[in-house]
Ligand binder design. Structure first.
Ligand SMILES: [Zn+2]
Ligand SMILES: [Zn+2]
Length: 238
């Protein structure tokens, strides 16, 4: 099946990524990827952009070099209440919202607390994807996570960067095995993302594909293969 999209990527604006928007889109066009998500780290990530950057995304075209581009944010989950670091009036202008836990912005807790943080974030109508729910430093209850993803209609990410040999997130492979088994059982779709911080990494889903293959995961539950399925979760992709 054709992989239609990479919805989690970063540009220079994130502060620790290395290409421009136009370089990233050009790379997507070159690699024949029809849909690209540019999701800068939200303001609490040290070195990332101010909220005014996100307010002004409306000035950008949504089709560039023949690629359908969605502009959004990778929000930081800040606490067990699932608070994130952009206000609602800005969130509602974004095309796509990913919410993730990152060490400088979230001060872990036990599995119960971390799971609550994710689930409360899922209740936010502007969050469409939970980013890299795989980090062994922040243990979670996968049964509750996957059940909540179904209830609140949110996609769970299979993050290629987490699975790469130089990943910052330990235990991702084992955690995905547990998560994917439950997703398969409960019919909860997932999305593969590169989490690229360079143009070279854009569209790289090889590790994610391998993990999905090992889980014998049904293709009809992988959002990358169906624009219709993806749009059910991210309506502005229409
Ligand atoms: Zn980053
Ligand atoms: Zn992240």
């Amino acid at each position: 099946m054709r992989d239609l999209m990479d919805m989690h990527t970063h540009t220079l604006a994130s502060g620790h990524a290395y290409n421009t928007i136009y370089e990233m889109v050009k790379e997507a066009a070159r690699k024949d990827i029809p849909m690209l998500g540019i999701t800068e780290h939200a303001p609490k990530m040290p070195g990332s952009c101010h909220k005014i950057y996100f307010m002004n995304l409306k000035t950008l075209q949504r089709e560039i070099f023949g690629v359908r581009v969605l502009f959004g944010a990778e929000l930081n989950i800040l606490d067990a209440e699932g608070s994130v670091d952009l206000p609602e009036d800005i969130l509602k202008q974004l095309d796509i919202g990913i919410a993730s836990i990152h060490p400088p912005c979230y001060h872990g807790g036990d599995a119960g607390t971390n799971t609550r943080a994710y689930i409360n974030a899922m209740k936010n109508p502007y969050i469409h994807i939970i980013g890299h729910p795989d980090d062994g430093r922040f243990p979670i209850d996968y049964e509750r996570l996957v059940t909540a993803a179904k209830e609140y209609h949110v996609l769970l990410e299979v993050n290629n960067s987490s699975l790469s040999p130089n990943s910052y997130r330990p235990g991702a492979r084992d955690n995905y095995a547990v998560m994917l088994k439950l997703c398969k059982l409960l019919r909860v779709p997932v999305i593969m993302s590169s989490d690229a911080h360079t143009a070279a990494a854009l569209g790289g889903h090889e590790e994610a594909k391998q993990v999905l293959k090992e889980a014998d995961f049904p293709e009809e539950l992988i959002a990358n293969y169906s624009r219709r399925l993806f749009t059910e979760y991210v309506p502005k992709a229409e």
